[in-house]
Design a protein around this ligand. Structure first.
Ligand code: AMP
Length: 395
């Protein structure tokens, strides 16, 4: 059978990221981004074989962008597109794995929208546009939450009255599941271990950040919760704060819920702590020049990350390795070394040169000889979504 082509689509409210994945090639055949959709400045950017191009789509919506994409994709796939994989943020308790998109699954995705009011409706827009444009192709939904549906109840329940869980779905769901799943499989491969018989701690550190405990290929705990705000310090998200902070700010400053949501999701994290930037690269440069806020932001980020990883270790029978991934995890020897320095009780220690070497997509082990394994594993959510789509095509 010739190698198959899968188009992977990740729709935001005004953007579409896409990648054409060929199962036999590690590089994407075509990839790009449509952004500012719905506005006069809507534009489609793409790259293919080292060449970049773009096209203005004034007032173009999701469907207009996908319609422009169609001939590009068909050209790059040599007329042979086999399926489409859609990233969907929230699958609630309904979806424990990827699924084929049909009337029933579409209805179930719509029903989870209250759990992800910003994301799921945007994901659905992309799915609906793609179904109209490619009606005869198999289309698959891959959920960020699905991997974490294996959490035991003691890890996913909040200590709040039971009806909130039973009637309103208030529980921990976790996100970044596609990435944690991909890198833990890769880590097992790189280590000559079976994914189904190994235990990992994983730290996905991008603009959003989360940790995960993975045992025998299943997620057993993760740091994000009902929403992607819980857990680690992130680019602009606070991560964990005292749950009474909402009440405190409302009572003392008269702040509305919307104001507090904006504060915790858009103005906090690395940006709020540093007063400078949400971008780790900029913060590292500023720290080198003695910027006090940037220095503090990096210290808090690494300490809180280490604390989360130590907490996650409660879910493991043994530790086969710690994985760093995401833009920061794959590129920041500084963050890795500061974090690992807090984890001496787990026996972790770094090899300085190996740590410095693993940047810009270079994967490898970075632990000191005789200490537990630490790996840098570049994530590839698009490939994982394509693999899930292929698996359902085969089924
Ligand atoms: P992502 O969301 O996975 O693309 O990751 C974005 C984050 O990775 C941002 O905070 C970037 O500053 C960070 N990042 C990318 N490259 C580097 C680098 N060379 N050093 C430190 N942080 C980096």
């Amino acid at each position: 059978m010739p190698a198959r082509n899968i188009l992977v689509i990740n729709c935001g409210s005004s953007s579409i990221k896409f990648a054409l994945v060929n199962e036999a090639h590690s590089q994407f055949t075509l990839s790009g981004l449509a952004e500012r959709l719905g506005s006069q400045d809507a534009v489609l950017h793409w790259q293919r074989g080292g060449e970049q191009d773009s096209l203005m789509l004034p007032s173009g919506d999701h469907r207009a962008a996908l319609a422009q994409l169609l001939p590009l994709v068909q050209g790059a796939a040599g007329g042979k597109l086999h399926g489409i994989g859609h990233r969907v943020v929230h699958g609630g308790e309904q979806f424990t794995a990827a699924c084929r998109i049909d009337a029933q699954s579409l209805q179930a995705i719509r029903a989870t929208a209250p759990l992800a009011p910003l994301h799921n409706p945007a994901n659905l827009q992309g799915i609906e546009a793609a179904l109209k444009l490619f009606p005869s192709l198999t289309q698959v939904a891959v959920f960020d939450t699905a991997f974490h549906q294996s959490l035991p109840e003691h890890a996913y329940r909040y200590a709040v009255p039971e009806p909130l869980y039973r009637e309103h779905g208030v529980r921990r769901y976790g996100f970044h599941g596609t990435s944690h799943r991909y890198v833990s499989h890769r880590a097992a491969e790189m280590s000559g271990l079976a994914s189904g018989d190994s235990s990992w701690l994983s730290a996905h550190l991008g603009n959003g950040c989360s940790t995960c405990a993975i045992v025998d290929g299943q997620s057993r705990d993760t740091s994000m919760g009902l929403t992607p705000l819980e857990g680690l310090v992130m680019g602009t998200r606070s991560g964990d704060v005292d749950p009474n902070l909402h009440g405190h700010l409302a009572r003392t400053l008269g702040w509305s819920l919307e104001r507090i949501d904006t504060l915790l999701n858009k103005e906090s994290g690395l940006l709020g702590l540093s007063g400078l930037s949400n971008d780790m690269r900029s913060l590292e440069q500023a720290r080198d020049q003695g910027h006090v806020g940037a220095t503090l932001a990096i210290e808090v980020f690494c300490y809180r990350l280490a604390k989360s990883l130590a907490g996650m270790s409660c879910a493991l029978p043994q530790l086969d390795g710690l994985i760093f991934t995401g833009g920061i995890g794959e590129n920041s020897p500084l963050v890795r070394s500061k974090t690992v320095a807090h984890l001496k009780l787990l026996g972790l220690a770094l090899d300085k040169e190996a740590n410095a070497r693993c940047i810009r997509g270079v994967a490898g082990s970075i632990h000191a000889h005789g200490h537990p394994r630490i790996l840098v594993v570049p994530t590839n959510e698009e490939r994982q979504i394509a693999l899930d789509t292929l698996a359902l095509l085969n089924a």
